[in-house]
Design a protein around this ligand. Structure first.
Ligand code: PMP
Length: 326
């Protein structure tokens, strides 16, 4: 779908996957005015195709648009674009649990010109649909993480809460560093002191304190620098319903290390659309190396089972999260 000042959103088209032809002076190539969303379409036992809280993705898309001086897309247009793709060929949506149709809506600045002082006056919104297998093959495997002190993902007033490509571009070097240190993923810390835990490259973090009926969850507050994950938000609602209280509190890397050592912190997991809920195992940083839980603890696995159950229609959805797409 195209946007310009005179016509607003117009010219919606459904077309086979293929290259886009763009002028070399198109603004997105030079000034990075781009942002995206990521969500999945799932097959339910009765054959219907649904998504998980796509309205929340539409809302986050528009919050990102505001930050990047891009035009908002009405929620109904966002949802319609997903429905059109799912309806075009229902067989695209895999039937096996753990598999889904990945949907990647994005918007780019398409005006041509070298002027850096004003935003583009033309945009294109597009959605890619691609069947995807489970993020993890076989058993749920804990990720190992590197606590990054050298790089910052987001500063107050910046774009950390928006899902713009530039945030990810700036993260690759830290991800390379994590891999060089023998870890799977980076954990980002705050910009000012480099000690308050924020999030991972594509996932938010939760800490489990205590165990059994005394288990409680803590997650860092989003505070403008963390991407407000839809999985995170869902767990803030789901966990208390299961009798697991949740609070949003800042956690420092020293506290993380010390609370693992004392046994107070029993599990840590990461969550996001792609990874759903994934245990964090080994942690490495300047403060040393420690391991939390090799296998994924009971609270992590229970929340994972509940969430996946709702997404694949095995569990009731009293929250109204499941939205029919086709
Ligand atoms: N943080 C970042 C940086 C991400 O890219 C993602 C994935 N969108 C998340 C957190 C998790 O968000 P969600 O649960 O909406 O997928």
């Amino acid at each position: 779908i195209e946007w310009d000042k005179e016509q607003g959103w117009h010219d919606a088209r459904l077309r086979p996957y293929g290259p886009l032809s763009l002028d070399p002076a198109t603004k997105v190539f030079h000034y990075g005015q781009e942002l995206f969303e990521g969500l999945k379409a799932y097959r339910q036992p009765d054959g219907t195709i649904v998504s998980f809280r796509p309205q929340a993705n539409a809302a986050r898309f528009n919050t990102s648009c505001d930050r990047m001086a891009m035009p908002r897309l009405p929620e109904e247009t966002f949802l319609k674009s997903l429905e059109l793709l799912c309806d075009a060929d229902r067989d695209w949506v895999p039937t096996r649990e753990g598999h889904s149709l990945y949907l990647r809506p994005f918007i780019i600045a398409t005006e041509t010109g070298m002027g850096v002082n004003y935003p583009s006056n033309k945009y294109m919104y597009c959605v890619i649909a691609a069947p995807s297998a489970s993020y993890f093959s076989g058993a749920v495997k804990p990720v190992s993480v590197w606590l990054s002190r050298d790089y910052t993902r987001a500063a107050p007033g910046g774009t950390g809460f928006a899902k713009c490509g530039g945030n990810y571009a700036a993260a690759f070097v830290a991800q390379q560093e994590a891999v060089a240190k023998g870890c799977d993923q980076v954990v980002w810390l705050d910009a000012a002191e480099h000690r308050w835990v924020e999030e991972m490259g594509g996932m938010n973090l939760f800490f489990v304190y205590g165990s059994g009926p005394d288990a409680r969850l803590v997650t860092p507050p989003t505070a403008g620098t963390i991407l407000p994950g839809i999985t995170r938000d869902s767990l803030l609602k789901l966990a208390p319903e299961l009798g697991i209280p949740v609070s949003e509190e800042m956690i420092s890397v020293e506290q993380w290390r010390d609370d693992v050592a004392s046994g107070a912190l029993t599990e840590v997991f990461a969550c996001g659309t792609a990874a759903v809920i994934t245990p964090v195992g080994r942690v490495k940083g300047e403060e040393g190396e420690f391991t939390i839980s090799e296998a994924g603890g009971p609270v992590t696995m229970r929340l994972r089972e509940e969430l996946v159950g709702i997404q694949y229609g095995r569990r009731p959805d009293p929250y109204g999260w499941i939205t029919s797409l086709a």
